[in-house]
Design a protein around this ligand. Structure first.
Ligand code: NAD
Length: 262
């Protein structure tokens, strides 16, 4: 697999840590230009950039809250200004605000939906606007853009105590599918990657604790916790011409977690 001959420009949201960082680095290793979006962790974003450059890619960091319309517009403008266009957008930014349902505050609900669903909508809309311009201009037989949503196994597995999170991920699933249907005739591909348990900051209180890790492993038939690279490799493939006939699909990167009933 080699993306260098098509000079991909890739924008990754929430790329200062975890899965987004892993994805940005993996595209850097393919020689891509990588726009590294971050929310507040500038140091983490600079580390990502350093790793992208060490791998042979180029890029820059760009602060923006994906839940804010003006900031998302500024993020995509910066990308187009730097590289002329964007070929791949990875909607990755996401948060959890856990609570039993009756105690869940409106703020906990709104924050999760704003980042995980509205944020993905806003970035998707900017991505599609850019891809549609290429669709009007470029050759018929070439994908005009790849949009990938990082969702979760909880887009299909219910999750008690995390109703806001699971609702946001279920929303992403239908956002991804409906959008894929709408833009497929324009040769724009839209897909999802739904990770299972990946060792990152979002769940470090689970995988760093021996007892909790053992409990978690009972839910994973493949008997290991995933790493950001497990997701990143799939993202690189899903954005490459090797997967050109795939759109509107979710790939579960979960060690078989979705084989068990929720
Ligand atoms: P993480 O906490 O390391 O990464 C989330 C990133 O999103 C962080 O860099 C954070 O700064 C960024 N972010 C949060 N709010 C933002 C905002 N408003 N604007 C821009 N960036 C923002 O955790 P992660 O596990 O790498 O999570 C990445 C994605 O993967 C999330 O969407 C998460 O729901 C999903 N996911 C993770 C797991 C897992 O087990 N780690 C499983 C399934 C899905």
């Amino acid at each position: 697999m080699n993306l260098q001959n098509i000079k991909q420009t890739v924008l990754v949201t929430g790329a200062s840590s975890g899965i987004g960082q892993g994805i940005a680095i993996a595209f850097g290793q393919q020689g891509a230009n990588v726009i590294i979006n971050y929310h507040s962790d500038e140091e983490g974003a600079l580390h990502t950039l350093n790793q992208v450059e060490e791998g042979g890619g180029k890029g820059f960091i760009c602060q923006a809250d994906v839940g804010k319309e003006e900031e998302v517009a500024r993020l995509f403008e910066a990308a187009v200004e730097a590289y002329g266009t964007v070929d791949v957008v990875i909607n990755n930014a996401g948060i959890q605000r856990d609570s039993s349902f009756s105690e869940m505050t409106l703020d906990q609900w709104n924050k999760v939906l704003s980042t995980n669903l509205t944020g993905h909508f806003l970035c998707a809309r900017e991505a599609i606007k850019i891809f549609e311009k290429k669709s009007a201009a470029g050759p018929e037989d070439k994908a005009k853009g790849n949009l990938i949503f990082i969702s979760s196994v909880h887009d299909i597995i219910p999750w008690a105590g995390h109703v806001n999170y699971a609702s946001s991920k279920g929303g992403i699933l239908m956002l991804m599918k409906s959008l894929a249907l709408e833009v497929a005739p324009k040769k724009i591909r839209v897909n999802g990657i739904s990770p299972g348990a990946i060792a990152t900051d979002i769940n470090d209180e689970v995988w760093k604790d021996d007892a909790k890790r053992k409990e978690l492993l009972k839910l994973i038939p493949y008997q290991r916790i995933g790493q950001p690279e497990d997701v990143a490799k799939v993202a690189v493939w899903l954005a490459s011409p090797d997967s050109d006939y795939i759109t509107g699909t979710t790939i579960y990167v979960d060690g078989g977690m979705t084989l068990y009933p929720g």
